[in-house]
Design a protein around this ligand. Structure first.
Ligand SMILES: Cc1cc2nc3c(=O)[nH]c(=O)nc-3n(C[C@H](O)[C@H](O)[C@H](O)COP(=O)(O)O)c2cc1C
Length: 314
């Protein structure tokens, strides 16, 4: 079914499913499991030091012979070193986010690396295409983690981006099932990037307390906050309520930064303090109800995609 799919052809993968790079969640275990199951597994460099990234790349190469990627959020301080490591290690795919795609795209492509950039608006999609990236992830307001300022939903963003660029478009934000994946294809996507659903896997490095939140959370349990800093979708825990109170009082950027301090994501996602840590999750958390292996998730999504396509009735 996906033999001629442009994302599969570009990335040399079986299914057009990319596992989104996630701080403190997607190390080599998750990335290699996703790649071995036919998708593109992605190591999230955002929470790593350069040494740790090198370790994860090397472990990933041992665990899979198939293509995998590295996600580099360009707002973090180690970007130059991360790019150099990806080039030296011949990483097949780099997915950049939260920054200017012009900065590294040429260097990566000259070294034979496929480049994908994550955007939250049509304007940024056009800029990414101009910068020469191979494909775009169009990520809507439903997504977990950092988010677009304009709050454009996947349902609206996707057709607009598809209309405005000529390179493959990968949908992200709110996708957890085969039915949702099929809906994005109807809107013109050639692939999907899925984050939150892959937290609920045995292979994710997230703390068990966080995984428990993922399978228990209900509709309405996530909110976008921190628009003055970097808009971020979070699970509504004690930390979120404190942030909300500060924002309602009109806290300045420096007051918010002082309150947050450092490593709140590590505290929540990796160390499992689910009240005082920052828990990045997408809206689709409400439809995730069990922990599975990455392979079980991919098989289920592909089966449901095909079944729904074949049974569509009007
Ligand atoms: C816990 C968590 C951490 C994330 N970290 C990153 C990151 O480091 N870099 C990035 O580009 N996107 C990051 N994202 C976004 C995902 O890669 C993905 O695009 C998004 O989760 C897709 O939306 P979904 O959560 O609705 O599936 C993160 C998302 C989550 C839930």
């Amino acid at each position: 079914m996906f033999e001629k799919n442009p994302v599969c052809q570009l990335l040399n993968i079986q299914y057009p499913i990319i596992q989104g790079g996630m701080v403190w969640v997607s190390g080599w275990r998750l990335a290699s499991a996703v790649s071995n199951a036919g998708g593109l597994g992605v190591i999230g460099a955002g929470s790593m030091t350069p040494e740790l990234l090198l370790h994860h790349i090397s472990q990933c190469k041992t665990a899979t012979n198939l293509p995998f990627g590295v996600n580099i959020p360009l707002i973090y301080k180690h970007s130059d070193e991360f790019i150099k490591i990806c080039v030296d290690e011949n990483v097949p795919v780099v997915i950049t986010s939260a920054g200017n795609p012009k900065t590294y795209t040429n260097t990566l492509k000259q070294n034979g690396i496929k480049v994908i950039h994550v955007v939250s608006s049509t304007t940024f999609a056009q800029k990414a295409q101009e910068a020469g990236v191979d494909a775009i992830v169009a990520e809507g307001f439903e997504a977990g983690g950092h988010n677009g300022r304009e709050e454009t939903t996947t349902f609206v963003l996707l057709p607009s981006v598809v209309r405005s660029v000529s390179i493959p478009v990968i949908a992200a934000g709110g996708i957890a099932t085969g039915q949702q994946m099929l809906a994005t294809f109807v809107l013109g996507a050639h692939g999907v990037q899925i984050g939150t659903r892959f937290i609920a896997t045995y292979e994710a490095s997230a703390h068990e307390n966080f995984k428990k939140i993922i399978i228990e959370a209900k509709e309405g349990d996530t909110f976008l906050c921190l628009k003055k800093l970097v808009p971020t979708r979070l699970y509504k825990n004690r930390l979120f309520i404190q942030i909300q109170e500060l924002e309602n009082k009109g806290a300045s950027v420096s007051e918010l930064l002082e309150f947050l301090g450092s490593n709140k994501s590590r505290l929540g996602i990796f160390e499992g303090d689910v009240e005082n840590g920052m828990l990045e999750v997408g809206q689709n958390v409400s439809i995730i109800d069990k922990i599975l292996s990455a392979k079980e998730i991919i098989d289920e999504i592909i089966t449901d995609f095909k079944k729904t396509y074949n049974n569509l009735k009007f």
